[in-house]
Design a protein. Structure first.
Length: 444
């Protein structure tokens, strides 16, 4: 029996067992359970101040808090937080199964990837790297990592952990490898996997996902092209299928507008075919596609299956956020356009203050969901960030290890961008100008 046959039959048994279990564990209707932490007196102090006793997100408003405008985690809408406060349900109950099943379907829409297979589990973006390294790459295979900052180094380290042979094509800080250099690298050696960071969160560089897709298709069509979309899914346009991207991996806490805690990915048929041809089983247990693919298919077909308990509440939150993204008042196209417009506004504003960005031409080459800004001469993190916090705004320090003390980062993703009635961006920009001035910056 091959490793595949053994694992598939094991998944089927588990699946059948849980179909029976799901009939035994129908969960209560939402908020009708008298023991629900949301409806039973006394409610938690965090919720009690701002939630009417009538159920429904219309009655829920999160407590006043500091505006979180780092490049993830980001601000989460009241609707999504309310969904996260769902009473506990069985992960295989008929109530919960379609919540995950529909999330899988909506993710395909967000990524324009109708034929892809999504996988959504507990975890974070880092676990997405493990999924790729353990299922798509095989030990000893050559992998090309296109490095535009901190996260390329880490993805490379992850591949090495699983035994792949990694070559990195590194760009100077604030830029990405040129397509011509990538082409030369692809012509010099056969790479089974090629990865790039769509938005490097340490630098704010935006990679050319479409251009890389075309290039790999033309020069190295057998290679699996992987897009690290932890800082781009939801805020940047990604046409996974048309552009020839084979795996998109991300996490819940950035453009998808949820609390942290989910690993989210989608794999093309080509990526799954490569996985199925592996000579040896995936060299991870929790990240094994042999385990997860049957489970995802079962949820989508309407029956529960089990391999590792899903974080049910977070999946309610993800479902609410994906509904807003795919069916809300702002279309997907308008969402991308809003991120572009906000990004241009932020970048033009910092430029008007006389500040430089890590990406020299941020509007042309930078991310639309974040901006990395150099401190002016004589000003350090300790001079600026606490002054922003005093105005109830949290921005982030630098991250790229070679230059981290020379710049700060602003996130502009999700509800902060698509709901201008919140006034977040204007509040942010006004506070930035005031804080710089308080720190002694004279500006333009
Ligand atoms: C581009 C990128 N990749 C991967 C990661 C790792 O994701 P996580 O922190 O969710 O594990 C991050 C985190 O910020 C990221 O920005």
């Amino acid at each position: 029996m091959s490793w595949r046959t053994a694992l598939t039959s094991q998944a089927r048994v588990t699946h059948r067992t849980l179909q029976v279990a799901s009939h035994l564990s129908a969960s209560p209707a939402r908020h009708s359970n008298p023991s629900s932490p949301v409806t039973s007196p006394p409610p938690s102090p965090r919720l009690s101040a701002t939630m009417s006793s009538s159920a429904g997100s219309a009655g829920f408003k999160q407590e006043p808090h500091k505006l979180l405008v780092i490049p993830g985690p980001i601000e989460v809408s009241d609707d999504v937080l309310w969904a996260n406060a769902h009473p506990s349900v069985s992960h295989v109950s008929p109530d919960f199964v379609p919540i995950l099943g529909d999330s899988i379907r909506m993710l395909r829409q967000v990524l324009f990837a109708p034929e892809s297979q999504p996988v959504i589990t507990a975890g974070s973006g880092t676990l997405g790297w493990d999924h790729v390294a353990a299922n798509v790459a095989q030990p000893g295979e050559d992998v090309l990592v296109l490095n535009s900052g901190y996260f390329g180094d880490s993805f490379a380290e992850c591949f090495e952990t699983y035994g792949a042979k990694v070559t990195q094509l590194k760009a100077p800080i604030g830029s990405k490898p040129a397509l011509s250099d990538v082409e030369a690298a692809l012509k010099s050696k056969k790479y089974s996997v090629v990865t790039f960071t769509h938005v490097d969160t340490s630098t704010g560089v935006l990679s050319d996902a479409k251009g890389l897709g075309e290039l790999v298709k033309r020069v190295s069509p057998e290679s699996i092209l992987v897009l690290d979309g932890v800082c781009s899914v939801g805020s940047e346009e990604i046409r996974m299928q048309d552009w020839g991207i084979d795996v998109v991996l991300t996490a819940s806490q950035k453009g998808l507008g949820c609390p942290p805690g989910l690993m989210v990915l989608a794999a093309s048929k080509k990526a799954i075919a490569k996985f199925e041809k592996r000579a040896s089983p995936p060299n991870s247990y929790f990240a094994s596609w042999a385990k997860w693919l049957p489970v995802m298919k079962a949820y989508e077909s309407g029956t529960g299956a089990y391999f590792g308990t899903p974080p049910t509440n977070l999946i309610y939150a993800l479902n609410a956020s994906l509904q807003a993204i795919t069916k809300g008042s702002v279309s997907l196209e308008d969402r991308f356009a809003a991120h572009k417009a906000t990004s241009a506004k932020v970048k033009n504003f910092v430029q008007s203050l006389g500040l430089e960005q890590l990406v020299a031409d941020g509007i042309k080459d930078g991310a639309n969901g974040m901006t990395a800004v150099k401190y002016p001469q004589g000003i350090k993190a300790g001079d600026l960030l606490p002054k922003m916090v005093a105005k109830n705004i949290v921005i982030a320090a630098g991250l790229h290890k070679e230059v981290k003390d020379t710049y700060f980062r602003i996130g502009h993703m999700g509800v902060t961008v698509v709901d201008p009635s919140r006034g977040d961006i204007d509040h942010l920009l006004k506070s930035l100008k005031e804080s710089l001035s308080e720190a002694g910056y004279k500006g333009n």
